[in-house]
Design a protein around this ligand. Sequence first.
Ligand code: GYE
Length: 347
Amino acid sequence: MKAKNMCAVIAALAAVFALTALTGCQKKKAEGGVTQGMNKKIVMGYSQIGAESEWRTACTNSVKQAAADWNIELKFSDAQQKQENQLQAIRSFIQQKVDIIAFTPVVSTGWEAILRECKDAKIPTICVDRTIDGSDGKADPNDANDPDNLFTAFIGSDFKLEGQRAATWLVNYMNQIGRGDKNPVNIVELQGTVGAAAATDRKIGFEEVLAGYPNYKIIKSQTGNFTRSEGKQVMEAFLKSDGAIIDALYAHNDDMAIGAIQAIEEYGRKPGTDIIVVSVDAVKGAFEAMMAGKLNATIECNPLLGPQVMDTAVKILSGQPVQKWVVSEESQFDQTNAAAAYPSRQY
Ligand code: GYE
């Protein structure tokens, strides 16, 4: 090759190299980038409970999608329903010096020590969906032991209100179908995970309203762990002992109600007619059951918390004030409006 040609080849190669280096660099920048609303990319450790229900899956998807939208690096850990796994994950987030930690406490007790460790490491914490024992969404600045001072913010639903709504819906409906004066109105209850805020408060809220109607009796109440399979199993046991006299079922989530509906059908009674069924969540499966006439009503609990979690994280890390409790706005549905709402449901 002549010297001139050689030079041309070298120049061309150099240009290719330069271009590759440049695009490589640009690519790196796009992958790295900064978090929306921040001057750096933030890293969030997230401890999720597991994947026990349709609701939980929707919640996890929402968190992952929102982290991508905000360009937040998400270290996601699935605790398989075990608090010890959550404690381990949070401790490892502290060691990795993440910028912020978000978690859904599977049960409401046993968080004080780890939350103090986060505080000592100066890592803010967000409770997502469920909160911890003793929290009322208002932090007393003069009380270091106020549970609301242990974390930075809570984003989630008012579970007590959901329980109250379920009971109010039931009482109204029983009146509407002329069965409200029956004495007693026998109710069975499928509780969520024992010790979970969502279960404790949904029970309390429901009972508070029923206290005003002494002919309504909860004759059986047991946990079905928020899952379809356990909801079905426990309902089978309820039916075995009291099948003929059950008027209504209150399930703390739709998955358990759907499992129980199957048990009622197998037992030979009609869910939605013989046994009135009300639950909480408003997932798609509940709409399908309402449209089939088998579930009577569901109280909405919004799992699409991802955007609020990311928005709150950015506010905290950029020094803006945040509310201690960001309460989700929710609705309720029954067989009169289920079909109309179904097409626009996102989970
Ligand atoms: O209702 C249930 C779930 O904590 C609000 O957890 C959440 C509950 C939800 O698995 O389906």
